[in-house]
Design a protein around this ligand. Sequence first.
Ligand SMILES: [Zn+2]
Length: 131
Amino acid sequence: MTTERHRCTNRPPVGTRHHPHASDDPTPDTWDVRPNGDRVCSHCTSMHPDDFAALALKACGDAAYGIEYTQFPWRLSVFQPGVDSDSEGAKRFHRWHAPANPRPDETANISLAIHLTRGRKIAAAKASFDA
Ligand SMILES: [Zn+2]
């Protein structure tokens, strides 16, 4: 299932294509809806920024949700119940899909979610180490 069209901001700007398969279509991409309702960029598989903000809010109060840094500075990994593969829901958020003017409360939620996720992982690792 597909929703509104957009141009992934990881693509080169229209008129500057340097790759034979790069599109000059201003809206070549779609937000594809996964079975759990997540919208995912058809070009880069990033979660939709609004869905990412909603997941961050959930992760602040529910350990079943989480956001982590990855080895790639442009990518955050997300996890949520019932999503083990890309075909089930979003697994990542790419920074080029971040809004130009993010809402301060959403930015705070994302930072807190990352902090809490890291703390939960450390606590779980410590508990298993002490067991
Ligand atoms: Zn994208």
